[in-house]
Design a protein around this ligand. Structure first.
Ligand SMILES: C[S@@+](CC[C@H](N)C(=O)[O-])C[C@H]1O[C@@H](n2cnc3c(N)ncnc32)[C@H](O)[C@@H]1O
Length: 261
């Protein structure tokens, strides 16, 4: 990495700045196989950093868990996704819908799409995924009326809402869009309502970490009602207290339903 040249993708040997929240930044030297512990969880350099564009936000497993649950994904589901990015969400979707489902994922950045294709083959999940290199807002997902669910992680999801509707099965399906800013959420919700989607809801995952310790406290003397001294019992017990640090915002997840009609 040259500090006087710009590069788009993070590679081994680079120095990456992790922004972990307000006033919390840390520089890491990226190494294949290495891990960095953060208060949000572990970052695996090979999976979470290498091959991603500088400036990427890392989607945490809590968001992915909510996405797969709220999209009602299961083995056999057909899903349309854009953008593919690093393929991190794609891998989670594929693991959920295999062995009988399929993912159609759209990425307009040629190199990123190629890299994702390569990695899907390398990770032996290629048969469950089709990668298309096109602009989802202009050209859609390349399939019509086949999807049980659509997932969008692009800067202007409202421009792809019509294509999401067309990609979903005639009998309906679920929609999710991941956006870091509330203004994006508002525009997406307006487009969803205008297109006829229902059950709109926006959720944000903010995990609360608890500090669990074994503590011993003397029992208060509340008066035993019997003669003799109160018991000096100090039996240890497990205590859980919320950590003071708030876990940072990753994004808003907007869900909606296409109902037949
Ligand atoms: C935030 S990243 C997606 C991250 C992805 N969910 C992951 O797991 O890595 C956004 C991606 O969408 C792609 N993208 C943005 N607008 C697009 C569009 N209109 N059509 C297709 N891809 C688009 C970008 O090139 C970028 O790779």
């Amino acid at each position: 990495m040259s500090f006087v040249a710009y590069e788009e993708l993070i590679k081994e040997g680079d120095t990456a700045i992790l922004s972990l929240g307000h006033g919390a930044m840390v520089a890491v030297r990226v190494q294949r196989g290495a891990q960095t512990q953060t208060r949000h969880g572990v970052l695996r350099h090979s999976v979470d950093l290498i091959g991603r564009p500088f400036g990427s936000k890392i989607l945490y497993s809590t968001d992915i868990a909510l996405i797969t649950m709220m999209l009602e994904l299961r083995p056999g589901s057909v899903v349309c996704e854009s953008g593919t990015g690093s393929g991190s969400v794609s891998h989670a979707i594929i693991r959920t819908i295999a062995p009988t489902g399929h993912l159609h994922t759209v990425e307009f950045h040629q190199q990123r799409a190629e890299k994702a294709r390569e990695e899907f083959q390398e990770h032996r999940v290629g048969r469950w995924v089709t990668v298309r290199t096109q602009d989802v807002c202009r050209s859609g997902f390349g399939v019509s009326h086949v999807a049980d669910a659509v997932f969008l992680d692009i800067p202007s999801p409202w421009e792809a809402v019509g294509h999401a509707w067309d990609a979903l099965k005639v009998e309906g399906g679920r929609f999710c869009s991941f956006s870091p800013c509330i203004e994006q959420v508002q525009r997406t919700c307006q487009a969803l309502a205008a297109r006829g989607f229902s059950e709109l809801s926006t959720l944000e995952v903010l995990p609360q970490v608890y500090n669990v310790r074994t503590v011993s406290l003397p029992l208060p003397d509340l008066g035993s009602g019997t003669d003799g001294p109160a018991s000096p019992d100090t039996s240890p017990f497990r205590s859980g207290t919320p950590m003071k640090e708030a876990v940072g915002h990753t994004g808003y997840l907007t869900f909606a339903t296409k109902t037949p009609g």
